[in-house]
Design a protein around this ligand. Structure first.
Ligand SMILES: NC(=O)c1ccc[n+]([C@@H]2O[C@H](COP(=O)([O-])OP(=O)(O)OC[C@H]3O[C@@H](n4cnc5c(N)ncnc54)[C@H](O)[C@@H]3O)[C@@H](O)[C@H]2O)c1
Length: 308
């Protein structure tokens, strides 16, 4: 297949790009190297892809574009991520990179013969919903980030409903693994433990998260692209939850070093708990998580060690 991967130099986008290239597909990567974290890290993420003759990098800002490449499948991962930074004036970036950019892509591809448009959504669309989160639950995000991602998910749905554009939304639950963004928990915790620095936790650490290993997310994207399903949203999640305190203990065990923890106040917009019912993805896409938290944390710690 010839695929467009938006946000190809980001954490999940670069992992997906490498997988698609390894499977013999052609990838056009679109990326604006936003300053949320360093360009140096993103360049490292796509260093191997750049060696491939099947990869083309287009440095561009999707929110400002009206023409896009002719492809079979769009994997739309570009976004302004992060719950905590989405308050106040910086919400402008979220509306632009998450909502406007998605609308630009959908508007262009609505009359083209796309096989699939796979949108990267998030568990943040559920807010503090009853556990486990199921796709048919009322969606009430509790962060501006969640609102922007849900708005874009709704846009994907309505372009399917009105124009028959074959969109699918994948709601990821806290993704981790090699190249994880520097603002995310496991990256921050593993780095601090490996360097002997203190870890700052928001709240008492008893909040729980359903974690998903990045290779599983990549596989979900490829299965969604190949499936005959459109107009649907799917939870993509490990399917088990672990508290932040237990997660830190697990990272410390795998790193073979103690963790020094400092607690600060709870952050607005953070869900208290997340846990997915991922049976719809199993039923309709044939997807289940393959990597459990023990194995995933071990692989992640090994990767973070190499970067020290
Ligand atoms: N990481 C997670 O745990 C998680 C969980 C749920 C959903 N998601 C979603 O998955 C996707 C990827 O997340 P990630 O963690 O890899 O984030 P990331 O920040 O590492 O990658 C996103 C990339 O998109 C690029 N980008 C942003 N705006 C752009 C624009 N207007 N034009 C071109 N490029 C642009 C950024 O420069 C960045 O490299 C996002 O849509 C995010 O909302 C991530």
């Amino acid at each position: 297949m010839r695929a467009l991967v938006t946000g190809c130099a980001g954490f999940i986008g670069s992992n997906l790009t490498d997988r698609l290239l390894a499977e013999g597909h052609e990838v056009i990567g679109m990326e604006r190297f936003s300053n949320y974290y360093s360009r140096e890290l993103k360049e490292r993420n796509i260093a191997s892809a750049r060696q491939s003759p099947s990869f083309t990098l287009v440095e561009a800002d999707i929110a400002e574009m009206e023409e896009f490449p002719d492809v079979d499948v769009v994997f739309h991962l570009s976004a302004q991520a992060g719950v905590r930074a989405s308050w106040g004036k910086s919400f402008d970036v979220y509306t632009r990179d998450n909502i406007q950019a998605t609308q630009r892509l959908l508007e262009f591809y609505k009359d083209r013969k796309l096989k699939k448009f796979v949108y990267s959504s998030t568990s943040s669309v559920y807010g503090d919903s009853e556990l486990p989160f199921r796709e048919d639950r009322m969606l009430r995000p509790i962060s501006p980030y969640g609102v922007s991602k849900l708005a874009a998910e709704n846009l994907c749905y309505l372009y399917w409903k009105n124009y028959g554009l074959p969109t699918v939304a994948l709601r990821y639950f806290t993704v981790y693994g090699p190249r994880q963004r520097p603002d995310m928990g496991i990256n921050r915790f593993a780095n601090a433990i490996l360097k002997g620095d203190p870890i700052t936790i928001y709240g008492d650490g008893e909040q729980t998260r359903d974690f998903t290993y990045v290779d599983d997310v990549v596989r979900a994207n490829i299965l969604a692209a190949q499936s005959g399903v459109s107009g649907e949203a799917f939870n993509i999640a490990g399917g088990k939850r672990i508290s932040v305190n237990d997660l830190i203990a697990l990272i410390a065990e795998k790193a073979g070093r103690p963790a020094e923890v400092e607690h600060v106040g709870k952050e607005k917009g953070d869900a208290a708990h997340t846990l997915a019912d991922a049976s719809k993805a199993e039923r309709m896409l044939g997807w289940t998580a393959a990597v459990g938290i023990e194995e995933g944390v071990e692989r992640s710690v090994e990767w973070f060690k190499q970067l020290l």
